[in-house]
Design a protein around this ligand. Structure first.
Ligand code: LMR
Length: 396
């Protein structure tokens, strides 16, 4: 019955992470998957998260199904985190927020909703983008195209070409944008560039989809919400899918949310109904443990302060690794330019390595990067950064 199925080639990121786990070499370095590792190479358990879990356990809370749209406490806390507690969009009741199964769950729900209610809207993603963006929207039945983004010549942004391309899109096109820490390039829009882009979005009646998976890893928790707050002020409608996987180091809890900023309270009520229907058809309701962690960490002042300090420390550690990598590479290959490691932000840098160079790094040195040349800088530590830089210098 199933003999005609196509064999699955595996996911380019997740399969590589599996291959890394199976590699017997002791000095191997995992710079593949977007996970933050501490200086000892471990996935950290944040103190705020452990304390939130201890409090939940001590109360022996029951575990009913959550409502389709998720925990009210988490949804409210997420809105305040994204928009700022006093944002007009929240006060006027025009923001719909659902707790979702990670931000991937949010992407899938939004993709299904778009296919049902605006089926003629094509999706435009940056060139390049996270591999799964295209797969998710195409999987939901939407056409996906790319707009210019990464400039291989400079390791920066093709901002003018991006604007020109978006300027020509039909109204209601869905434009996927990364709020910060662009995956896979680490190349972000500056606040001034967002301020230039937003009037174009408004004039062309485009529908932005903001992916915020790395809040806090760019410039800070509040700073990384710049695009969301500016878009909400401008009055355009837009989606946001946000994740706590990386910022709270709770990958397997699948803690995420999906928001749609609407025109007014009436539109928001209609949208909420159809989003609930979409979730019910997909996974019925989101996980209760994730909701407990996120809402306690976001609302308890002591836990919140501890979490923010940990996010700052994680971001600063990545920046320190970027500097160490740059220093060694610049010394070993003075004829080459490596400043992109310093200007790109968040967990990822786009190294410009070819697939053949990436294969050499893995086979000869045990250093794992995604074959696009994406490096997860958050896998570097004081024990492996010099070795990794030396390996890079020898394959470039
Ligand atoms: C990544 O890009 O490596 C992460 O977001 C993990 C994933 O699911 O791909």
């Amino acid at each position: 019955m199933f003999a005609h199925l196509d064999p699955y080639a595996g996911d380019p990121i997740l399969s590589l992470n599996d291959a890394f786990q199976k590699d017997p070499r002791k000095d191997k370095v995992n710079l593949s998957i977007g996970i933050y590792f501490d200086d000892a190479g471990r996935i950290p358990s944040l103190d705020a998260v452990s304390r939130a879990e201890a409090a939940m356990l001590a109360e022996a809370r029951p575990k009913p199904y959550l409502p389709i749209e998720g925990s009210p406490a988490m949804r409210q806390a997420v809105q305040q985190l994204l928009f700022g507690a006093d944002h007009e969009a929240l006060a006027s009741g025009r923001v719909v927020t659902l707790q979702t199964v990670g931000s991937s769950g949010g992407l899938k729900v939004a993709a299904d909703f778009m296919h049902r209610w605006l089926p003629r809207s094509a999706v435009w993603v940056s060139d390049p983008t996270w591999d799964n963006h295209r797969a998710m929207f195409e999987g939901a039945g939407l056409a996906v195209h790319a707009y210019p983004y990464y400039d291989a010549a400079t390791g920066g942004l093709k901002f003018d070409a991006m604007l020109q391309s978006l300027q020509a899109l039909p109204a209601k096109s869905l434009v996927l944008l990364h709020a910060c820490c662009h995956n896979p390039t680490g190349v972000d829009l500056s606040p001034a560039q967002w301020e230039t882009l937003i009037p174009l979005i408004k004039a062309r009646e485009l529908l932005p989809f903001i992916d915020l998976a790395y809040q806090g890893y760019g410039d800070g928790i509040e700073e990384d919400a710049f695009a969301i707050r500016a878009l909400a002020r401008s009055g355009v409608r837009f989606w946001v899918a946000n994740s706590f996987s990386k910022s709270m180091s709770v990958y397997g809890e699948r803690a995420g949310a999906l928001s749609l900023v609407c025109a007014d309270r009436e539109e928001a009520a209609l949208v909420m109904g159809q989003l609930q229907a979409t979730v019910r058809r997909n996974y019925s309701s989101p996980p209760i443990h994730a909701a407990g962690i996120v809402s306690l960490v976001l609302t308890d002042p002591t836990l919140n302060a501890s979490w923010r300090a940990d996010v700052d420390a994680m971001r600063q550690r990545i920046q320190a690794m970027r500097h160490s990598l740059h220093t060694v590479l610049a010394a070993k290959r003075p004829e080459r330019q490596f400043d992109y490691f310093l200007t790109q932000r968040g967990m990822f840098s786009y190294t410009g390595l070819s697939p053949a160079q990436v294969d050499r790094l893995r086979d000869e040195f045990g250093v794992y990067l995604v074959r696009s040349g994406r490096m997860c800088v958050a896998g570097l530590n004081t024990g492996n950064v010099e070795r990794t830089a030396a390996a890079l210098a020898s394959v470039i």
